[in-house]
Design a protein around this ligand. Structure first.
Ligand code: DHB
Ligand code: MG
Length: 223
């Protein structure tokens, strides 16, 4: 098994099951043209996030790491018409591209792109006493995955679902001697989850057009 085969299988899955309309294709193209790194979720992962939003009956979604808004569009399309998605982005150029893509998707009324460091924005949201988020997607700076998780947890309720992207990192997750700050970050996340009594979590390994990686899923079981 190799990336080529995983990509072919991803293409087959997308052809059969995933409706990638011109808006999503345009969002990808505009992100690439603007020079954004190609770190957005794959189409099948985007559809998965949307299905998860629907399965949770999510009315409020929080995303950390907007990039060009590709996953944002998938997630927002899983919301009811009066739903809300707040997405946090540090890079103002990425946020501009995302706002344009979100507008083109007709989702500007539902989606708020907040510029700034995620930890600051999370603290502001907590200070504003916003309603809890039903689904939280953490896909930002991997070094800080554990800190983002802890902070996002304060904005959740019992039953909320939290997904953290890119936690397996080609299997480097098990390398205790790594000096890669991103791997250290996702290891700290697992160490935190191992002792955090308020959530129940697992990590699912994935392969596909984005290579070998995986995501953590946590359900808030107590507050
Ligand atoms: C990277 C970040 C991502 O969110 C992703 O899905 C893939 C790669 C990265 O920073 O390398
Ligand atoms: Mg990611």
């Amino acid at each position: 098994m190799n990336l080529n085969q995983w990509t072919q299988v991803d293409s087959y899955i997308v052809e059969k099951l995933v409706d990638t309309d011109p808006v999503l294709k345009s969002a990808l193209r505009k992100s690439l043209d603007a020079g954004l790194p190609p770190h957005q979720v794959s189409a099948s992962q985007g559809k998965f996030l949307q299905l998860l939003a629907k399965a949770c009956g999510a009315r409020r979604i929080l995303e950390l790491g907007t990039l060009g808004g590709y996953s944002t569009i998938w997630l927002a399309r899983g919301l009811p018409p009066d739903g809300r998605l707040v997405t946090l982005e540090l890079n103002s150029k990425y946020a501009d591209v995302a706002r344009e893509n979100i507008a083109e998707a007709g989702l500007s009324q539902l989606v708020e792109v907040q510029l700034g460091t995620a930890l600051n924005s999370l603290a502001e949201l907590a200070a504003q006493n916003v309603d809890p988020f039903d689904l939280i997607f953490i896909d930002a700076d991997k070094q800080r995955s554990a800190e983002y998780f802890s902070s996002a947890l304060t904005l959740a309720r019992v039953g909320s679902v939290i997904i953290v992207d890119n936690v397996v990192r080609d299997g480097a997750l098990v390398d205790a001697r790594t000096d890669d700050p991103s791997v250290q970050g996702v290891r700290r996340l697992h160490e935190l989850l191992a002792v955090e009594p308020r959530v129940s979590a697992t990590t699912v390994q994935t392969v596909g057009s984005k290579g070998y990686d995986g995501f953590t899923m946590a359900v808030v079981t107590g507050k």
